[in-house]
Write a protein that binds this ligand. Structure first.
Ligand code: UT7
Length: 338
């Protein structure tokens, strides 16, 4: 797999994470409930994925609503108001509408009139793609601050009759505020991003775009749902996340033993275990919450980062590794000095 590692430009202002937030819809759907929908079992889901339950957004609760609620908490922690925000990037594959971008609705919800707002579509790697875009935008001085959000309402794009996919995904949102780092008070040390469009068909939503518009009167409803070749994706996920992790660690001038906390994409416990083993990171130094939320795509790393932050899992100066993998195929990693 190709990989493009990006190390910090010496001319750039260092950038830190000044606040995090997350929001999960109230409704909990357990594995037992799924047993009534498809031919599956709590035992299969738990042993093959580690997932025990997931959250499902209410009717009328859109991706932008989840995103705005997570963003409000991140802004509060950073000591900013919506009106102070200069840049909003929402990472999502389940936008409220094809156009305009979900970030535009979020701007409206937050009253961030002066902010430039747009979406990034990089599936489960989206939050880390947004992190790198925001880091370089604030680090270059082009924007004074940035609000990045990973938000998904995957329940709207899952085929609830397909046991291969419907047991895996959930809804939720996570956010972070990026500010210039003054006096070396924590900073993003490196990012590594990669894409392999040749593998696009392994994981996609085939319908709904210009290649295959969905017609109200045509029976092509299945094309509106997430389709995945799970076993193939699994292999790519392990390899790409391992390589991306090593690239970011090396770009930061570190070794794996310097990592105090690993926050991986939350798709499958077996994928996380395989990466941890290959990187030789202690299992206790890994943040895992997929048992509660399932795979929330672009929101997963963002929610985990916020929960780790609010649980006090990161102390000042700790080196934290974030890594993700998703449709595209895409992969991404970052090292943050907390
Ligand atoms: O977030 C973006 C990236 N996504 C991922 O990283 C996901 C990567 N893939 C995976 O996590 C795993 O491949 C899955 C969890 C999706 C599937 O696990 P697996 O161990 O790879 O199972 P499999 O697809 O090889 O299927 C094994 C068996 C099959 O039955 P047969 O053909 O052996 O009789 C499936 O039909 O398990 C069956 N199966 C199920 N059985 C009960 C598939 N889904 C289910 C289910 N309940 N929900």
């Amino acid at each position: 797999m190709k990989n493009s590692a990006v190390s910090p430009d010496q001319k750039m202002i260092p950038v830190r994470i000044a606040g995090t937030g997350s929001y999960l819809p109230e409704r909990i759907m357990t594995n037992q409930e799924l047993e009534d929908l498809v031919d599956t079992s709590d035992d299969w889901i738990t042993s093959r994925t580690g997932i025990r339950e997931r959250r499902i957004a209410a009717e009328g609760e859109h991706t932008s609503h989840l995103a705005a609620k997570a963003a409000e908490k991140a802004l509060e922690q950073a000591g900013l108001d919506g009106a102070d925000v200069h840049l909003i990037i929402v990472a999502t594959i389940t936008p409220d509408t094809l156009t305009p971008a979900t970030a535009c609705y979020v701007q409206q919800h937050l009253g961030s009139q002066r902010a430039v707002a747009f979406d990034v579509s990089a599936a489960c790697s989206g939050f880390l793609y947004a992190l790198e875009l925001a880091r370089t935008s604030v680090g270059s001085g082009a924007f004074r601050n940035a609000l990045i959000i990973g938000a998904e309402k995957l329940s709207a794009f899952v085929d609830w009759n397909d046991r291969n996919t419907c047991v895996l995904f959930g809804d939720g949102a996570g956010a972070a505020v990026l500010l210039p780092s003054e006096n070396g008070d924590g900073k993003i040390l490196s990012c590594a991003l990669g894409t392999d469009g040749a593998q696009a068909e392994l994981l996609n939503i085939p319908g709904g775009g210009s290649a295959c518009p969905l017609k109200v009167d045509a029976p092509n409803e299945k094309l509106a749902y997430l389709a995945m070749q799970g076993r193939e994706v699994f292999k790519h996920a392990v390899n790409a996340m391992k390589t991306a992790s090593i690239d970011a660690i090396e770009a930061a001038g570190l070794t794996a033993s310097d990592i105090k906390l690993l926050i991986p994409h939350q798709a499958n416990l077996r994928i996380i275990d395989a990466i941890v083993e290959r990187l030789e990171i202690d299992r206790e130094d890994v943040f895992i919450n997929l048992d509660k939320y399932g795979n929330t795509s672009a929101a997963a790393v963002a929610i985990a980062l916020d929960e780790a932050n609010r649980q006090g899992r990161m102390e000042k100066g700790d080196k934290v590794l974030l890594v993700a993998f998703g449709a595209g195929l895409t992969w991404a990693s970052a090292i943050i000095e907390w």
